[in-house]
Design a binder for this molecule. Structure first.
Ligand SMILES: C[S@@+](CC[C@H](N)C(=O)[O-])C[C@H]1O[C@@H](n2cnc3c(N)ncnc32)[C@H](O)[C@@H]1O
Length: 297
């Protein structure tokens, strides 16, 4: 089905909005300058097996599509807003994230380039998780990109709030720091939570951990008026982060089943449902039938 034919449906959950629909069509209907922070992980075009979306377009077609998506993000993002674009290549498609980001140069300034490290080995010990690559040419792929894009490259950041304590405490007095905190830098080690079976990954092939959108929001800064948008919300991880931080989340996904999982996770975060029952989560209605989803188009 063409994305234009998909009817978007919106439902409110606490202060948040969950929208089942095509990201481009939905964002075209959103007010300009209305979002403070976008944190999103779009399809990477590396053949991930989603339920609805086919993650293997011609490369030009994919980059062209992402450009129009990002132009809409630029339109809805406030002048002092931040857009955190999480993307990765694969061993077979190592250029892709770089090809994409260079195509966004006329839309945004690349204010920071963060490397999300999912697994790292320090001396003899390995921390975090990785998918082993079975190859004689390629080494394991243990990181992803988080491109921090802004309109003019001058958005002030909460470097210390997002920072870490000094390891060598003598630095505090020696360098006259007011607090025991320093900027964490642009390599973020954020491991996945350990899961025991597939259902705990919400039957979605590519989620990010809640700690990732939380770190992005903390770096940008937020208060109770902040609006976070994730146009490819999948299982609603960014919205869970929004709820935990006390900001308003708006999430869009094309797949009714993923929206249902997002709804369930958000209800748990709002204290409206019990955590832990993945079977119940997966039996959530795909989009509620009783009319609380207001048609958008
Ligand atoms: C990488 S996943 C996002 C995962 C999410 N960060 C999470 O933690 O669950 C990308 C998502 O984009 C969705 N998607 C693909 N095409 C879309 C479109 N045209 N509009 C909205 N969502 C779309 C897919 O269904 C998938 O859930």
């Amino acid at each position: 089905m063409s994305h234009d034919k998909i009817r978007a449906r919106r439902e409110a959950l606490g202060p948040h909005a969950l929208i089942r629909g095509d990201a481009l069509n939905v964002m075209r209907r959103m007010e300009g300058d209305s979002v403070d922070v976008v944190v999103t992980s779009p399809p990477y075009n590396i053949g991930v097996a989603y339920r609805t979306y086919r993650d293997r377009r011609e490369e030009d077609d994919y980059i062209g599509w992402m450009r129009v998506i990002c132009a809409q993000i630029a339109r809805v993002l406030k002048p002092d807003g931040s857009f955190f674009l999480n993307i990765a290549g694969s061993s077979a498609q190592p250029w892709l994230p770089f090809e994409l980001i260079t195509q966004l140069r006329d839309l945004f300034v690349l204010q920071n380039h963060i490397v999300w490290i999912k697994s790292v080995s320090i001396e003899e010990k390995t921390y975090g998780h990785f998918k082993p690559v079975n190859s004689t040419r390629f080494i394991n792929h243990n990181h992803e990109h988080v491109f921090h894009l802004t309109h003019k490259g001058d958005v002030p950041l909460q470097r210390l709030a997002a920072g870490v304590p000094f390891t060598d405490k003598t630095n505090i007095n020696r360098r006259r720091h007011a607090v025991d905190r320093r900027c964490r830098g642009n390599t973020w080690f954020i491991p996945y939570e350990t899961v025991r079976h597939r259902k705990q990954k919400f039957l979605h092939p590519g989620t990010f951990p809640v700690a990732l959108p939380t770190a992005c929001m903390t770096l940008h800064g937020y208060d109770e008026n902040t609006v976070l948008l994730d146009p490819f919300m999948g299982t609603g991880t960014s919205l869970v982060a929004a709820q935990e931080l006390g900001v308003t989340g708006v999430g869009i996904d094309i797949d009714t089943r993923y929206v249902a999982v997002a709804r369930r996770r958000l209800r748990v975060a709002l204290g409206q449902a019990e955590p832990g029952d993945e079977d119940e989560m997966l039996s959530e209605p795909a989009m509620s039938a009783e009319g609380d989803g207001e048609p958008l188009v």
